[in-house]
Write a protein that binds this ligand. Structure first.
Ligand SMILES: Nc1ncnc2c1ncn2[C@@H]1O[C@H](COP(=O)(O)OP(=O)(O)OP(=O)(O)O)[C@@H](O)[C@H]1O
Ligand SMILES: [Mg+2]
Length: 357
C-alpha cells in the first residue's frame, strides 16, 4: 500500500536545479492522490515558463514510479502564487528581491586600492581562482565599470547573464566561478564611459540583490581605483567580511593605499591584509631577482594601516597574458599560494547572511 508520506519522502530527493532545493521543501508538491497503485499529484513551479519544467517533472514521475506498489504516476503542472512563493521561500523580508532572499553567501571580500593599475583586478581574479581550486563555491562581482578587466580575465568569448524567475543568472567560467559584470551586459566596451554615479551605484546594488548567486563560500568584489562612489556603494550596501588592499612598491602607491584604508576604517569594515604587486622581477634566464621599483615599503605601509602584510607578487609577463586573454584559470603563480593561506587565516568566521536553512 502506498501512502502520501512515502511519496513525499521519495520526492524529497528531487531538486529544483535552479534553486538547489528539493521540490518538497520548496512546497511545490500538492494534491497528492493515491488510488490503488496509481499516484497523482501537482507539481507547482515558480513559473510555468520554467525552462527546466520537463526535466523536474520527469524526475518526479520516475522517482515515484520506482516506489514499491506504484504502477502509474500522473504529474499535473501548476504554478505557485506570489503568496505561496513568499511562504515557500520563508520570507519575512518585506520588499527584498527573491534572489537576495535565496542567496546564501558566506564571505564577501572586496579588493581595493587607492590607485589605478596596481593589479586589483588581477589579485581579485587570482583569489577567486585559488579559492575555487580548493573546491570552494566562488563568485566574482565586478564593481568597476571603467574597464572590462574581469570579463577579459575569465572568458575568451562574451558570456551573457540570463534572466530567470529567481533573478539574473550570472554566467559561469570553465571551472564554475560565477561572474557578474556590467561589461557582460553592455553591447560595446565604450558604452560604460557615459554612466554616471547614481547609475553605477544602482547597477552594483542590483548585482548584490537581484543576481541569483545561490550558495557561495566566497564572493570576491573587484572595486574601481580610488575611493569613488562605486567603492562607497559596495562598502555601504553589501555585508563585507573585509577588504584586501593592493599596492605597488612606489612610495606614492603607499600613500594612496592609506587613503583607501581610511575609508574602510571610517565605514567600520575590517582590512584583512595588504598585497604588494609588481614587487620584483626574476630574470627567467639567470634567476636573478631585481627590485624594479626600488625597495619595497609594503611591510611598513601594512603596519601603518594596522593590517597583516599578506605577501608580494612578482612582475611576470605570463600574468599579463593569462589575465588579459581569458586564461586566468590556467595560471600558476607560486608566489600567490602563501598570500591565500595567510588571507584564509585572518578571514573572520561565519556567514554574511544566513538565510533559508
Ligand atoms: N604582477 C604582474 N605582472 C605582470 N603584469 C601584471 C601584473 N599585475 C598586473 N599586471 C597587468 O597590468 C595591468 C593592470 O592590472 P589590473 O587590471 O589588475 O590593475 P587594476 O589595479 O585592477 O587596474 P584598474 O585600476 O584600472 O582597475 C593588466 O594588464 C595586468 O595584466
Ligand atoms: Mg581593475
Amino acid at each position: 500500500m502506498v501512502e502520501d508520506a512515502r511519496v513525499l519522502e521519495a520526492l524529497k530527493t528531487v531538486m529544483d536545479p535552479e534553486l538547489g532545493r528539493s521540490v518538497v521543501d520548496l512546497g511545490m508538491i500538492r494534491d497528492v492522490k493515491i488510488q490503488g497503485n496509481n499516484v497523482e499529484f501537482t507539481l507547482a513551479l515558480t513559473t510555468l515558463a520554467c525552462p527546466l519544467k520537463d526535466r523536474i517533472s520527469a524526475e518526479a514521475e520516475t522517482t515515484v514510479k520506482a516506489l514499491d506498489g506504484v504502477d502509474s504516476v500522473t504529474v499535473h503542472l501548476g504554478e505557485m502564487s506570489q503568496d505561496e512563493k513568499q511562504k515557500a521561500f520563508g520570507m519575512q523580508t518585506g520588499e527584498k528581491p527573491l534572489a537576495e532572499t535565496l542567496n546564501d553567501i558566506h564571505h564577501v571580500v572586496a579588493v581595493m586600492s587607492g590607485k589605478g593599475g596596481v593589479g586589483k583586478s588581477l589579485v581579485a581574479g587570482l583569489l577567486a581562482v585559488a579559492l575555487r581550486r580548493k573546491g570552494l563555491r566562488v563568485g566574482v562581482l565586478d564593481a568597476d565599470i571603467t574597464g572590462p578587466s574581469i570579463p577579459k580575465m575569465f572568458f575568451t568569448k562574451i558570456a551573457r547573464p540570463q534572466g530567470a524567475p529567481v533573478g539574473i543568472i550570472p554566467p559561469q567560467t570553465s571551472t564554475g566561478i560565477k561572474v557578474m559584470s556590467i561589461n557582460l551586459i553592455l553591447s560595446s566596451e565604450d558604452d560604460a564611459v557615459i554612466w554616471r554615479g547614481p547609475l553605477v551605484s544602482g547597477a552594483i546594488k542590483q548585482f548584490w540583490s537581484e543576481v541569483f548567486w545561490g550558495d557561495l563560500d566566497y564572493l570576491i568584489v573587484d572595486l574601481p581605483p580610488g575611493t569613488s562612489d562605486a567603492s562607497l556603494t559596495v562598502m555601504q550596501s553589501m555585508p563585507l567580511s573585509g577588504v584586501v588592499l593592493v599596492t605597488s612598491p612606489q612610495n606614492l602607491a603607499g600613500m594612496v593605499v592609506r587613503k583607501a584604508a581610511q575609508m574602510a576604517e571610517q565605514l567600520n569594515i575590517p582590512i584583512l591584509g595588504l598585497v604588494e604587486n609588481m614587487s620584483y622581477f626574476v630574470a627567467p634566464d639567470t634567476g636573478a631577482r631585481y627590485d624594479v621599483f626600488g625597495p619595497s615599503h609594503a611591510e611598513s605601509v601594512a603596519r601603518k594601516v594596522g593590517t597583516e602584510f599578506l605577501g608580494r607578487l612578482p612582475i611576470d609577463p605570463r600574468l599579463a597574458v593569462w589575465s588579459d586573454e581569458g586564461h586566468i584559470e590556467e595560471s600558476s603563480v607560486e608566489a600567490f599560494d602563501p598570500i591565500v593561506e595567510k588571507l584564509l587565516k585572518v578571514m573572520p568566521e561565519g556567514k554574511c547572511k544566513p538565510v533559508f536553512k
